[in-house]
Write a protein that binds this ligand. Sequence first.
Ligand code: ADP
Length: 261
Amino acid sequence: LEEQLRQSQKMEAIGQLAGGVAHDFNNILMVIMGFGSMLTADALLSSQQKEKVEHILESADKGAQLTASLLAFSRKQVMKLEVVNLNDVILHVEKFLTRVIGEDVQLRSVLSAAPLSVNVDCGQIEQVLMNLATNARDAMPKGGVLTIETSSQALEERSVMPHDTGEPGNYAVISVSDTGLGMDEATRSRIFEPFFTTKEQGKGTGLGMSIVYGIVKQHNGYVNVYSEPQVGTTFRIYLPLIETVEAGQRRQGDFAPPRAG
Ligand code: ADP
């Protein structure tokens, strides 16, 4: 428990720092990009000069993507909550995921027959899936299978997860599994730390999993991780399940509006 507390305080502090830096840095980048694009439109510039300015703009754009990741991690983004069927969110993002994982990795999705009503920011949940899919792909350089499965699960009692204690209740669960390299315990214990990466320089920022963690936490959910070296990794994302409209209407009995059809 002490370790959990230390971990969450650390994340909080780094989040605040990162958010502050990202915000100021973003303003600087906007000035560079603004004047840079004015320059490229300048008719007096030679094509060689233009090319150099394009390089500056490309780098500034990379910087802007990084600051966007930092801002996402520091949870400075406002949530746009919607009641949706979680399965629909997954169906919507599937074609992007297929693109992310490439041709050597096969996507298998096994969605629950029953709808899973959740109150979420769909864009943020999509971001979670994209980050998990990106890591899964990187863990399967020789190809493999990425499986996305949804289900509902009742936590009967408080459950210990790597960085949290899950409160009892009904949850929608998204399980994301790969048949990749897996992780040893030393890596597994650090994956949610911002800037922790085992990828070579320039390949990883170490922010993907901390963004996943931040988003899930903001939704009052939990992340669980199971991993075995050379076998693969499974992430389980728990999101609070809400009562379905039908169930709510049934309970209201006579006051339920008549159903069409
Ligand atoms: P990055 O992907 O930029 O390295 P992340 O925060 O997304 O940053 O991930 C941190 C680290 O967690 C990765 O460098 C990797 O070591 C480990 N990791 C995350 N997902 C997986 C996975 N599916 N399989 C194996 N290792 C993983």
